[in-house]
Design a protein around this ligand. Structure first.
Ligand SMILES: *Cc1c(COP(=O)(O)O)cnc(C)c1O
Ligand code: SF4
Length: 339
């Protein structure tokens, strides 16, 4: 099945899920979306597996109301033009709100479900903003998931950014290689190759959380990228009940490193409304991650980071002095933020 058909025929409702998995799921107000080929993999891993927990609805999504609508403060830094500008030199660009799957732990799940104005489309304004702000040298395609767009659309964005002299680096953040590995087609390889000719660096960051996601088909898709000379990195979210064990992370990062993917970030879970059942304390996270320093070389070890709630940005999450969390984090400007 080609990836477009797979996408079109995705499971989209509780009724679809019940029929496919032969299990009843709680109804929540968050939308459902799982392509059938990927649903088949979830089914094979079974109830309560790491795949199951990441993608199938849980009653706590509507019952645990302790999180934040916009945990990392996208809104504070949104420019109303598809750009989120939090750091001086780089911006997030959100060309779409569509994803290849809906992850139940997603930190943008509220904004995506509500079609928030953060995602308003205004590309002409985005280009103007980039031209007017030449300290920005990197554009990061995020979403939604940029790989849902056609190769033609991606190529046209790249052409547009190529006209802005200050842009040196292009980056794509995507979960698609894991969910719809067929998306890594010749056309996409050509888009990435041409981007690496235009810009000083062009990179693909794959969002992957567990070794179970790295099956033969996904490894094959990643190999197409690395064989084509494309720089591939990974991002992982630490999730309670999914990958909150040192051995699970060790296996994931080892296997990624073996296939020439550089583990880039391990994100402490955000305090997202509707996803608090995946959350854990910083102390719990530190106890899981710290031992990895004995088990992996620096080049296979991602940086463990936390996004300070409210838009203060990412900072290192490990504290070499203590597992316990003092309650204060220091942001990138040296300001102490009390949580
Ligand atoms: C995380 C993030 C980035 C990317 O940061 P890196 O540390 O360079 O990976 C850029 N912009 C925003 C708004 C972000 O939240
Ligand atoms: S692919 Fe990314 S943006 Fe989309 S639901 Fe999953 S975590 Fe959220």
């Amino acid at each position: 099945m080609n990836w477009q058909t797979d996408y079109k025929e995705a499971l989209r409702s509780n009724e679809d899920l019940a029929k496919f998995f032969e299990v009843e799921f709680p109804k929540t107000h968050y939308p459902i979306f799982i392509p059938k080929t990927f649903a088949e993999k979830i089914k094979n891993h079974g109830i309560g597996s790491p795949l199951w927990k990441q993608f199938l609805p849980h009653k706590d999504e509507d019952q645990n109301l302790s999180g934040r609508y916009d945990p990392i403060g996208d809104k504070t830094h949104s420019k109303g033009n598809q750009l989120i500008h939090r750091y001086q030199n780089r911006v997030l660009f959100t060309p779409t709100t569509v994803c290849p799957v809906l992850c139940r732990y997603c930190f943008r799940k509220n904004e995506l479900a509500e079609k928030d104005e953060v995602f308003n489309q205004n590309f002409a304004e985005a280009k103007k903003y980039l031209k007017a702000n030449p300290t920005i040298n990197e554009v990061i395609f995020t979403g939604g998931d940029p790989l849902i767009l056609s190769n033609e659309k991606l190529a046209s964005f790249i052409q547009d950014f190529a006209e802005i002299e200050s842009i040196k680096y292009i980056r794509f953040h995507s979960r698609t290689p894991v969910i719809l590995p067929g998306r890594i087609d010749d056309g996409f390889l050509a888009v990435m190759t041409s981007a690496s000719e235009i810009f000083m660096r062009s990179m693909l960051m794959i969002h992957i959380n567990h070794g179970d996601e790295l099956d033969a088909e996904v490894v094959e898709a990643i190999k197409l990228l690395t064989d084509a000379g494309i720089e591939v990195f990974s991002q992982t979210v630490l999730l309670k009940g999914v990958n909150d064990q040192t051995e699970i992370l060790l296996e994931l990062f080892t296997r990624l490193a073996e296939i020439k993917v550089k583990p880039y970030y391990l994100h402490h879970p955000d305090e997202a409304l509707g996803a608090m059942h995946f959350h854990m304390s910083l102390e719990a996270g530190r106890r899981i991650v710290q031992p990895l320093h004995d088990l992996l070389p620096g080049w296979a070890l991602p940086q463990y980071v936390i996004d300070i709630p409210g838009g203060e940005g990412k900072v290192p999450a490990l504290n070499p002095e203590s597992f316990t969390f003092s309650g204060t984090l220091i942001n990138r400007h040296g300001k102490e933020i009390k949580l």
